[in-house]
Design a protein. Sequence first.
Lengths: 302, 249
Amino acid sequence: MPAAPDAVRVRGLRKAYGAVEAVRGVDLTVRTGEVFALLGPNGAGKTSTVEILEGYRDRDAGEVSVLGIDPRSRDARLQQRIGIVLQATGLNHYLSVRETVGMFAGYYPAPRDPDEVIGLVGLAELADRRITRLSGGERRRLDLAVALVGDPELLFMDEPTTGFDPSARRQAWEVLRGLARLGKTILLTTHYMDEAQELADRVAVIHAGQIVAEGTPQSLGGRAMARSTVRFSLADGADLPDRFGARRLPAGYELETDSTTRLLHELTSWALSANVELVGLEVNPPSLEDVYLELTREASAA
Amino acid sequence: MSGIGLTLRQVRYENLAFWRNPAAAFFTFVFPLLFMVIFNVLFGGGEDGGRFFTPAIIVFSVITATFTNIAMSLTMARDEGILKRIRGTPLPAWAYLGGRILHAAGVALLLVVIVAAFGAVFYGVPVPWAQLPALLVTLLLGAATFCALGLAVSAFVPNADAAPAVVNAAILPLLFISNVFFPLQNAPEWINVVSEIFPVRHFADAMLRIYDVNTLGAGFSNGDLAVMAIWGVIGLFVAARFFSWEPRH
């Protein structure tokens, strides 16, 4: 069976604003049906890259194909097949949730039922409320409903949960997982590592306009991924020998290592012979956040 | 959906939202009447005043409902990201802008009816039924021209906070020197020369002629209409070239 064509294919993308090079040779491939996270700090070129894909911005160089169409063409047939959630976009405050979603539904050739979409984002009980009276989180969910009502194959989301409280984020993630199960392709940008880790099939880290790493959240970063953190505390009176080179925490010790097995062996050997308990011993693989900080630090230093 | 269908649908949503802000809607309609009463008290009074200020305030109403409204509301919609969001959908740009323009023109027309009726009832200024075709053509051309100029000016307003200042700076001086806020008969010649460059003066003169009891015949002011049309076309070109869907940073 031939592989499904890629939803997004970008090669050698470049974009400068005056003397500032925001995007400096980005290559990206988003496969059909996957959730792809573009991860990077503010100003890394995430938004510029995504806005070129969405057709908002022209590029200086490179090849771009979105659902087989060059977004530069501003072909309405592309706009019909994508949904866009931008960071800051407004809506007419005086319309209700249902009117707003209904209005946008009319822009698409084969929209979803507005009420169904409103239910999907959890706004069913607020369907008749005017936008002026929605909270920030509720508006963000309405943004998502507006992006979904055209029944897009590919959804772009620029920092979809920025400014959400933790429970609203979990809800939004649930909605996104549901969309992914429906087979939608999702390209999201985020600077939250946990978001990428929770949602994405693949992640690319962008820094200073270039992709510095790409892979699954589990594999990302290779060497950096092998590094783990060991934490524990000791009962009163006991002291860890200096040879371990541990960092003192307010309540205990922290060690970083590339060879976890060896360290644990040495640590527990010492503890048994000294007859002390390693209280609350934990071994943590690096979070995507550690990997990301490491990668962007390396990229800055290079 | 057909292009016209899309546009009319957009008009319907614009209208729904318009009436949901009753304070704004109320003053849109009351403001010109307030001016009409004040100007009559200050400068005119009686039948002569009414005969000047009824057509003059009709012109003022059309300009505020089209030029001022479009320039300000589009700048605000641009700053709020409303335009950018629309741009990301398959809705054609002309259908969205067409919806806003038609709605503005509709409000302008309603205002004209109110002002004309107010003039007829309170100042005894008869509606110039004999010149009705000229009246309609002049109104339509005026609305089209000032919509186009509103679009054009919105492209040069840096942000929503600056919109009232910039838009008023563009239009208020012209209203003062163009036979709208008071009659120009005693003005120095250079004021006449300057005001005749711009479309407000020609709109006002065309409307005054239609309302002038001494006007015989159809009441068309072809020269004035031609100048307005030229400005309308300039406005369209400038808007097509410089209109922005995204906030200016």
